[in-house]
Design a binder for this molecule. Structure first.
Ligand SMILES: [Zn+2]
Length: 103
């Protein structure tokens, strides 16, 4: 296995992987705490680091059909949530890529 590159965020409020504590996002990037994922409540971040992005797939979410990809921790491979690749429905199209992390 090759070298593992990880980002270390600096700030007072950092969201980390629940399993291995690697840094994932600054709380400054937190957009909402009021989301439901497939496995329960989730946080919505504008940006996330130290994640591996899985295969893109069509998923029917409450806001319509979206292309999303699951995200995994770069260090421990924990399934963390998913990110939007883009929305199929133009009215739902967001310019920002958003990431949901299960809590
Ligand atoms: Zn981890």
């Amino acid at each position: 296995m090759g070298k593992l590159f990880m980002y270390y965020l600096s700030g007072t409020n950092i969201f980390s992987c629940g399993t291995c504590k690697v840094h994932l996002a600054l709380f400054d990037q937190l957009i909402s705490t009021d989301f439901q994922g497939r496995y329960g409540p989730a946080y919505l971040f504008g940006e996330c680091v130290n994640v591996i992005v899985g295969e893109s797939e069509d998923r029917n979410l409450t806001t319509g059909m979206h292309v999303v990809a699951d995200i995994y921790c770069v260090r421990c491979d924990e399934h963390l949530g998913w990110k939007y690749e883009f929305a199929k429905d133009e009215s739902q199209k967001n310019s920002n890529i958003v990431v949901f992390v299960y809590i």
